[in-house]
Design a protein around this ligand. Structure first.
Ligand SMILES: *Cc1c(COP(=O)(O)O)cnc(C)c1O
Length: 357
């Protein structure tokens, strides 16, 4: 059997969820969209179900997968419905629904609903992706109430730059949000992971942590709370071939690495078809036989090469951690010029093995 696999530590997941709660004193929706950032949405939801105030996903297809697996808690659809004909299913399964656009508001007004909806009314406070314009916000709130089709409304917005600790944009977004909701007596939800970790002064009845649940920092710089996260996923494989090369020999596609001296090279069963980033360059950290080393040359589809020159205890069959408890996913992502969100979401082909249930 091919030795590539992702070990998922559900105890670490629960620790990180609890940390989000502790840091904020708020209710927390565990964001498990995109198959829980590659960790497996059903298993993650089941592991958190006793603890979590609810879950958030991107679309009804993801929400239905949770219900089909028996997950009963609240599930928020972060983009609401894409077509009005999803509304009966939303009611049937008791999903909570973001309303981010006037067309969605109109669809609710026109729908015949057997039960009232729970709506999270989203304001565009400056990110300019989705969300109602501040000038329409009050009116939308009143129209939802007047429709008779809504039982509860939570006011929400989303930060564009909370991962930049010395940037004032988040404060400006809070000010826009506070102005737009003045006079509306409803709970609010603002904070994603970087805001939970780095912006203690932002108040929010509900928080929406995603990446921090999986134990990766959203910050590109050092940040105090990051050290308290426990990495959930360990992506590992084994050395399947060892080569001793003299100086001046190329390694891998495109001869992107040429040995500067005699070297010992390990070939690892892991490649970009597993989701390991193809753009990770020579020097990207790996752990082999318990010792830090580095990637060499181009990542191929099913294999990559690492440096064993200074790791004499490593050889055929040695375990390699590509990221996990020792090699942070965020460091690998940075080396590959991307973010841990993407390298987790890209995971595929690799079997996931769960522990800590
Ligand atoms: C994905 C998402 C989150 C979670 O963001 P993280 O940075 O992973 O914590 C929160 N809120 C909304 C609206 C999202 O789309």
């Amino acid at each position: 059997m091919r030795p590539a696999r992702a070990l998922i530590d559900l105890q670490a997941l629960r620790h990180n969820y609890q940390l989000a709660r502790e840091l904020t004193g708020a209710k927390a929706l565990a964001v498990i969209k995109a198959d829980a950032y590659g960790h497996g949405a059903v298993r993650v939801a089941q592991a958190l179900e006793d603890q979590a105030d609810g879950f958030a996903v991107a679309c009804i297809e993801e929400a239905l997968e949770l219900r089909a697996a028996g997950v009963r808690g609240p599930v928020l659809l972060l983009e609401g419905f894409f077509e009005a004909d999803e509304l009966p299913l939303i009611i049937e399964h008791d999903f909570w629904c973001v309303v981010h656009s006037l067309w969605q508001l109109e669809a609710i007004e026109q729908a015949r609903l057997s039960q009232p909806l729970t709506v999270w009314l989203k304001l565009d406070s400056g990110m300019h992706r989705v969300g109602l314009h501040p000038k329409d916000y009050h009116d939308a709130y009143q129209r939802l109430l007047a429709s008779g089709k809504v039982a509860k409304i939570v006011l929400m917005s989303h930060f564009a730059r909370a991962d930049e600790l010395d940037c004032t944009s988040s404060d400006e977004q809070v000010a826009v949000f506070d102005a737009a909701r003045q006079g509306l007596a409803a709970q609010v939800s603002l904070r994603n992971s970087p805001s939970v970790m780095g912006w203690p002064s932002v108040s929010s009845d509900w928080v929406r942590p995603g990446i921090m649940l999986y134990g990766a920092t959203p910050f590109g710089e050092d940040q105090a709370v990051a050290a308290r996260l426990q990495p959930v996923m360990t992506l590992e494989s084994k050395v399947i071939c060892v080569r001793e090369l003299p100086a001046g020999e190329p390694v891998g596609y495109g001869a992107r690495f040429v040995t500067p001296k005699p070297m010992r090279i390990g070939v690892v069963a892991m490649g970009y078809a597993d989701g390991y980033p193809r753009h990770a360059p020579t020097g990207t950290p790996v752990l082999v036989a318990g010792q830090r080393s580095q990637l060499l040359g181009r990542v191929s589809m099913d294999m990559l090469c690492i440096d064993l020159t200074d790791v004499p205890q490593a050889g055929l069959g040695s375990t390699v951690e590509l990221w996990g408890k020792n090699i942070l996913a965020s460091d690998v992502a940075t080396a590959a010029d991307t973010i841990p969100y993407q390298i987790f979401c890209n995971l595929r082909r690799v079997p996931r093995l769960y522990s800590g249930t």
